[in-house]
Design a binder for this molecule. Structure first.
Ligand code: ADP
Ligand code: MG
Ligand code: MG
Length: 914
């Protein structure tokens, strides 16, 4: 004998029993308990649903008996009887899963009506028109939901009946009209389902319960669960509840109500009411419902009661509620409540209001904030009232919306941006060579590549909107087509990186801004959090933006980005190409003042806050064109030499078309021969710099050790900038960071170099500048030998991107392009370790290095820079690991401040200290 309890009456449940009773059932129970006017009823558990499937789609043993017992209790409470011809009890049968889920079975109302009880209802209410209206609704809902007959067939019959009787609207339909419709409906059911509409009310109930359970596995529901990662074995509950009637006349009706405005967050009741209506009439658009505030005039008592209830529910659930209610003869009944869905803006506003009203504590409010909401708020967004001409849709790779002129290559993007134009870079895909174009563009659109493609990753890092993998675009030189339409260079387009839409023309945008409410939340977050939040910024503009967003300094300035500008690159290239020490020194001397200016800009923007500058990191060949391109130019030049310019002279414009040396040539009398010589030099150099595996090759401090003059120049620029800014009264806190250290000797050598330069420059200026020298920890060996390294470092900055690459042995570009998506999809890895830190593996190295480092040097500062620093889960990890700070891109700074506070609230200090 199975003694499982399958059924709970509303008075026996509570909000805490969501897993067992589903969201709707748990809240109906909770509201019953606090004395709100909820029609009585009971819930069949999610466990029964699981048992239904386990048993091969049969209701588990004992369930129907328990339902019958609960129905008897309900009969006693209502003083009615289920199936009784005089005083019939009617119920609704409502699905209700644990996680609110569209796609589940629609509710069946008025269950318990048949040819006899409908007469009883007519007599008992003295309202036959109402009774037959209820009956026709039941037959339609039952036919549709239980028997699977399409709704439009019922709608068609309804339409025919209205025509035949010449009723303009449903409210005009007479009892004869409904009776005739009921006959048609019954015929429809027999002809489609081959069974009659059941007259046995218990059969109605049993079939309805089964239908709810079956709907758990319909296509829509399965799909929704997959998308939202809801477990398939959660199951749905079934709620059976005595009916109340909003369709008994004009002092009746049904409505929905949000306790605050779900789109703006404003504190005002927001909703609609439809008089003389039942169930879904309000959303079906049969008549225009009344805005809720008008109910104050029509039914003031009901309105007052509703307002009180709204307030009570909010206080009880400590959140904005979405309420469904029905009014039967001026009496209010609450049929559902749940935490209301809301926009990002409303979420923030409501959280702050609830604190101000004493409903939530600051800590609770902070924990409510969702990262996805912050993500939306911190980017420009499309004005929702705007009408859009959508050209195509791709992947929403980096949120935010922008409008700009389409350009199809990085150089044009850069030139146009310099000329003050706003551009969107459109490429089939981007490569590291397009970086200056991405930097110059307002946003990026690609036709190939996924969420982790180069374009997507770079754009996210820069906080720029990006739509990628937009495969319906056909990009051809300097135009693209989307369906019938063509967009040419210079045409205005817009992209929405939050939805993936590509839109024709200019659209109205809302600026990202920190609302007063968000500022308040951030201030509360700052009181709580233990992690400091720094930013990754390579230029003063980003630095200022980040500071505005609350960054407490720069945790990572990548100096290579400063070398890519069109005024810098030629100088950098000639430095690399230099054959002699003098030539190299000459190029470096040209770079020095430019770098100095870069650093001055950062120091000024960060006045008083630390600025961590990483010395040059990438392999040198990244600054040169690739070999293939050079070889092609060489072939073209040979052809030109042979046929084009017999006398050896060549016009400037021809050379311009093959821009090698011409791009940097100062004298106009360049000859093809000179041009060729230069090109050959490039090819030689590129060949000599070529590496089998650049990621593990001559880069980072390995570069600085072999070519110390580069790091010397950078150090000199840093200290000169510091001296100059100090003289202006700027408070400068420079921190020099050595990349890619694997052995302590590397750090010792580089530290010596920096101290020497500092001595030279600062000595001259006689200023007592406190600077620090630290290192990236991104080679596993460095992490393992942290106790040695710490003796020579003032700080550790975990370069978690490289550390992840080297710990996993993945090169990120190859991994993300090839197998990583497969790994994540097939659950070989729980997530992409480049987005969320791999706590078990990479994380161990971080924890070890921090502990060992601090044991050797107690005041060692340690933090994480890179994409992980802006990821909530990774921030939680950093908090636990006891790190001092995270550093992330400017637009993620507010998000990181909140996440850091949440980490403290959820995890506390305990984890941190251990
Ligand atoms: P959903 O999950 O789709 O919102 P519900 O179970 O909440 O479905 O039912 C939809 C509507 O049906 C309710 O908003 C309410 O108007 C009506 N309804 C449900 N149960 C009852 C009832 N016992 N009495 C009157 N109306 C009901
Ligand atoms: Mg509902
Ligand atoms: Mg690195």
């Amino acid at each position: 004998m199975n003694s499982t309890k399958w059924v709970y009456r509303f008075q026996d449940g509570s909000a805490g029993m969501r897993e067992l009773l589903g969201g709707k059932g748990a809240n109906l129970a909770e509201m019953t308990k606090v004395g709100l006017p909820v029609p009585p009823g009971f819930t069949v558990t999610t466990e029964a649903c699981r048992a239904f499937y386990a048993g091969g789609r049969v209701l588990p043993e004992g369930l129907l008996d328990q339902v019958a017992a609960a129905m008897q209790a309900l009969e006693a409470e209502k003083d009615q009887k289920f199936g009784d011809p005089k005083q019939p009890l009617l119920v609704s049968v409502r699905s209700g899963s644990v996680t609110s889920m569209p796609g589940m079975m629609d509710t069946i109302l008025n269950l318990g009506l048949n040819d006899e009880t409908v007469q009883g209802l007519a007599e008992a209410t003295n309202n036959p028109r109402f009774a037959y209206d209820c009956y026709r609704r039941l037959i339609q809902m039952y036919g549709n939901v239980v028997l699977g007959i399409e709704s439009f067939l019922f709608e068609r019959e309804l339409h025919r009946m209205k025509e035949a009787f010449r009723f303009a609207e449903e409210r005009d339909v007479t009892v004869e009209g409904w009776k005739s419709l009921i006959e048609q409906y019954k015929k429809l059911i027999v002809s489609h389902a081959r069974v009659p509409f059941p007259q046995n009310v218990y059969e109605q109930l049993e079939k309805a319960i089964e239908a709810v359970f079956r709907s758990w596995n319909n296509q829509r529901a399965i799909f929704y669960r997959k998308v939202h990662q809801i477990p398939d074995d959660q199951g749905t509950a079934v709620n059976i509840q005595a009916m109340v009637f909003g369709n008994m006349g004009d002092d009746c009706g049904t409505g929905v109500l949000f306790t605050r405005n779900p789109s703006t967050g404003e504190k005002a009741l927001f909703g609609e009411f439809l008089s003389n209506a039942q169930g879904e009439d309000i959303v079906a658009g049969i008549r225009t419902p009344l805005p809720i505030e008008r109910l104050d005039r029509e039914l003031p008592d009901v309105f007052a009661q509703l307002a009180r209830t709204a307030e009570q529910l909010e206080r009880h659930y400590k959140d904005m509620q979405d309420i469904e209610f029905t009014v039967e003869k001026q009496k209010l009944f609450i049929l559902q409540t749940r935490n209301g869905k809301r926009t990002a803006q409303a979420a923030v506003k409501i959280a702050v209001q609830l604190v101000q009203e004493g409903i939530l504590t600051k800590e609770e409010a902070l924990q409510r904030i969702e990262m996805s909401h912050l993500d939306q708020l911190l980017h420009r967004a499309i004005d929702t009232s705007a009408e859009l001409d959508v050209l195509a849709s791709g992947l929403p790779a980096s949120p935010g919306a922008v409008t700009g002129q389409a350009v199809f290559d990085a150089d044009t993007a850069e030139q146009w941006a310099k000329a003050g134009k706003r551009v969107i870079l459109v490429r089939s895909e981007t490569t590291p060579e397009d970086i200056h174009g991405v930097l110059a563009a307002e946003g990026v659109l690609t036709s190939r590549g996924g969420m982790t493609s180069h374009a997507a990753v770079v754009a996210r890092g820069m906080g720029k909107p990006c739509v990628c993998g937009c495969e319906t675009l056909r990009i051809d030189g300097s135009s693209f087509t989307a369906g019938e339409r063509t967009v040419r260079e210079g045409d205005w387009i817009s992209i929405d990186g939050a939805t993936g839409r590509v839109i024709n023309g200019v659209i109205a945008l809302k600026e990202a801004e920190i609302s007063p409410e968000l500022a308040q939340l951030l201030a509360w977050a700052d009181e709580v959090r233990k992690l400091r939040v720094l930013t990754n910024a390579d230029n003063p503009e980003d630095a200022r933006k980040a500071r505005e967003f609350g960054a407490e300094g720069i945790g990572l300035c990548r100096t290579e980005h400063m070398f890519f500008g069109s005024d810098r690159l030629p100088v950098v290239q000639s430095m690399i190409l230099a054959e002699t020490a003098e030539e190299r020194a000459e190029a470096l001397a040209k770079l020095l003042p430019m770098q100095q200016e870069d650093f001055e800009g950062l120091f000024r923007a960060m006045d008083g806050l630390p600025v961590t500058i990483r010395l040059l990191d990438p392999p040198l060949h990244e600054f040169l064109p690739n070999l293939e391109e050079l070889l092609q130019r060489s072939i073209r030049l040979s052809l030109l030499e042979k046929w084009g310019a017999a006398d050896g002279g060549v016009s400037r414009s021809t050379l311009e078309a093959l821009p090698v040396a011409a791009a940097q040539g100062e004298d106009s009398a360049v000859t093809v021969a000179a041009e060729k010589a230069k090109l050959e030099q490039w090819i030689r150099k590129v060949r000599s710099l070529q590496e089998a595996n650049p990621m593990l090759g001559q880069r980072g401090c390995r570069l600085g050790i072999v070519f110390p003059e580069i790091y010397e120049m950078q150090a000199e620029a840093i200290f000169r900038a510091a001296v100059k800014c100090l003289a202006e009264g700027v408070r400068v806190v420079p921190e020099v960071m050595i990349p890619l250290v694997g052995h302590v000797n590397e750090l010792i050598a580089m530290r010596k170099l920096i101290d020497r330069v500092a001595g030279r420059i600062l000595g001259e200026a006689e200023s007592g500048l406190a600077y620090r020298v630290g290192t990236m920890i991104e080679v596993p060996r460095a992490a393992l030998t942290a106790s040695q390294i710490a003796l020579h470092a003032d700080f550790f900055s975990f370069g978690t991107n490289d550390l992840t690459q080297m710990t996993f042995g993945y090169s990120r570009d190859d991994a993300e392009g090839k197998f990583l998506t497969h790994y994540v999809e097939h659950k070989l890895l729980p997530h992409n370790p480049f987005q969320t830190i791999d706590a078990e593996g990479v994380g161990q190295l971080i924890v070890w290095a921090t502990e060992q480092g601090r044991a050797a040097k107690p005041d060692l500062k340690a933090g994480v820079c890179g994409e992980h620093g802006g990821d909530k889960q990774s921030i939680f990890f950093c908090h636990k690991a006891g790190l001092d700070y995270v550093s992330c891109s400017p637009y993620r700074v507010p998000l990181a401040r909140i996440a850091a506070a949440q980490a403290q609230l959820v995890l506390g200090d305990k984890e941190r200290d251990k």
